[in-house]
Each structure stands twice: as C-alpha cells, then as structure tokens.
Design a protein around this ligand. Sequence first.
Ligand SMILES: [Zn+2]
Length: 147
Amino acid sequence: MLFIHALREAHLDDGVGLKGEALERLRNPPSYPATVDDPGINFALSMFLALKHSSEAAYEDIRTAAHRCFPGGVDSLVDHMCINTCVTFVGPYADREACLRYDQIKLRKSRGKVKVPQAVFHTIPIGPQMQALWRDPDSAHQMQYRK
Ligand SMILES: [Zn+2]
C-alpha cells in the first residue's frame, strides 16, 4: 500500500526521478530524428555493442568516461539495493538502512558517516525511451500500430 500511495503522489518535480537537463529534455523533447552520422551516437552505439559481454565494472568505467565527453542522451536513475537483492531502497523504503545497504567495513570505520552502497541498480525511465522512439520516423510509425 505504501508503494501504491507513493506512485499516486509521484510527480516530475518531486526530486526523486529525472532532474536537471534530463527532466528539461523530457518536458521539451527534440522534434527531429536522431542522426546516426553524429559521432557521439556512433561512439555510444559502438561502445554498447563492444561491451555487451564485458564486466559491469568495465562498462561503468567506459560509460562514465563517455558521459563526460558526450553529455546528454538517455540517463539512468541509480538507486541502492540490498546486496542480497531482497529490497530496493526506493519510494517508501528510500531512507531505510535495513539489510546490507552500505559497505559495513567503511560504515564501521567512519563511525556511521561514510555510507557507500554495496549494490546499486539502474533504471532507464520510460519517458526518454518513448521520446527517443518517437524521434525516429520508422519507430514512430510502428508505435501507432493500435491507433
Ligand atoms: Zn536484504
């Protein structure tokens, strides 16, 4: 029930989901097709395909470096999760410190001040994904199949 209530009360300006430039892009999406001749998009696609069988750490390092060079695009939302995957710390659980949310050694050494999540998960919000599909004439046409 807590999650249902949180979903009913959610809005774009609640500071939980997309923020800043990503939120602005959601509100004012580009209305022209993305071009694959854009070197940034080509780079992102190449890296995605090249790293599909690599470790998550390698992917994160490359993604972070690429994001510095080519800001923009579809951003993910990062939230903490239990290392045993029994709970995600979102919505009504956002402030909970149960399970193994933080690195216990760092937490103990810092006397509870340094809170490094042991595991995180990425959510790619549906809004930017839909906008990206809508920008391409072919996928926009396909999205209207039940119109
Ligand atoms: Zn747990």
